[in-house]
Write a protein that binds this ligand. Structure first.
Ligand SMILES: NC(=O)c1ccc[n+]([C@@H]2O[C@H](COP(=O)([O-])OP(=O)(O)OC[C@H]3O[C@@H](n4cnc5c(N)ncnc54)[C@H](O)[C@@H]3O)[C@@H](O)[C@H]2O)c1
Length: 311
């Protein structure tokens, strides 16, 4: 199958691209490299450096003629969305509408969209099912939800098939560890440099972490699925930041130093997504234990650190 991946030079998109190539699909990546990296790209993928908001998309869709589009490209930084809501709106909303217009024009059969737990806002009950109220507390959360509505309306008007996957906290190899990257990659990279880790709050806040390979398999299940739908993609388990650090400390040869700072405004204390609908309807389930996934990720960054020292 010909699969176009927007944001395929980023963390999740590049992991998905690699597995689709292993399965024999033809993979085309569109990315403006704003946070993505050329080094994340698999040589077997065809890469176009382009912005999803640009008119260039028409020409690229015409050239590629994809069967399905996996849409990951987005402004993903919550704090940046608060500082610059227009950029967030431009990339995440206008960019998605541009993708959808081209899906319609060029006969794409299906779109798979990377949405987020951020659409729910502060949980009213846990675990959060897909039927939970949508009440985002950041512009990022709004800009991830509005495209869901566009996708459903394109489906209703033009018969485009879709799967919307709302991810919990994803971690794994290739995640950015500078600035606002994920807490796992930031902590591991600080540990490898023997720097102290900063936890906001008392560390007892909990998250539902999911390994990127389980997100990859959810996307592959969605490609094969015949039903349109919105699904949480998570492990439906929680772990506190303190416990997370304790597990990762066991992989590190040096003692890990931890400093606590005041919690940040808007930080959600407990988050956990109910994944039972994806398990029942997508023929998918997460298969990695948190410990083995953290170990894989730790080993990946350790190898990266060693390789970089020799460059
Ligand atoms: N990482 C998580 O925990 C998480 C959780 C929920 C949802 N998501 C969603 O998953 C998707 C991928 O996130 P990620 O963590 O891999 O982030 P990432 O920043 O690594 O990937 C995003 C990619 O999109 C590209 N991009 C950004 N703006 C673009 C534009 N205008 N045109 C073309 N390319 C553009 C970037 O260069 C990057 O390669 C995003 O849609 C994000 O909202 C991620």
């Amino acid at each position: 199958m010909k699969i176009l991946i927007s944001g395929g030079a980023g963390f999740i998109g590049s992991n998905v691209a690699e597995q689709l190539l292993n399965l024999g699909h033809h993979v085309f990546v569109i990315d403006n490299l704003s946070t993505g990296k050329i080094s994340n790209l698999d040589d077997r993928a065809v890469f176009f450096e382009a912005d999803i908001t640009s008119e260039q998309l028409d020409k690229l869709f015409n050239q590629i003629k994809p069967d399905q589009v996996l849409h990951f490209a987005a402004q993903v930084n919550v704090n940046r969305s608060i500082e610059d809501p227009l950029l967030d709106e431009e990339t995440n909303i206008k960019g998605t509408v541009n993708i959808l217009e081209n899906c319609k024009k060029h006969g794409v059969k299906k779109i798979i969209y990377a949405s987020s737990a951020a659409v729910y806002g502060v949980p009213q009950n846990l675990p959060i099912a897909e039927s939970h109220a949508i009440d985002p507390i950041s512009f990022y959360g709004i800009s991830k939800f509005v495209p869901e509505q566009y996708i459903k309306t394109y489906a209703a008007l033009y018969g485009l098939k879709y799967t919307i996957l709302r991810y919990s906290n994803v971690f794994g190899p290739k995640q950015d560890h500078v600035g606002e990257g994920g807490v796992v990659s930031i902590f591991i990279n600080k540990m490898l440099k023997n720097e102290s880790l900063t936890v906001y709050g008392n560390g007892e806040q909990t998250r539902d972490f999911i390994y990127v390979q389980d997100v990859v398999s959810a996307n592959i299940a969605a490609i094969d699925s015949e039903i349109n739908g919105v699904f949480n993609v998570s492990t439906n388990t929680t772990i506190s930041l303190n416990e997370l650090v304790r597990i990762m400390s066991e992989f590190n040869s040096q003692k890990v130093e931890l400093t606590y700072q005041e919690s940040r405004v808007g930080d959600i204390i407990h988050s956990c997504l109910d994944n039972s609908s994806a398990i029942s309807h997508l023929n998918w389930k997460p298969k990695y234990s948190l410990e083995e996934a953290l170990k894989d990720t730790f080993d990946y960054y350790r190898r990266e650190t060693i390789n970089n020292e020799f460059i």
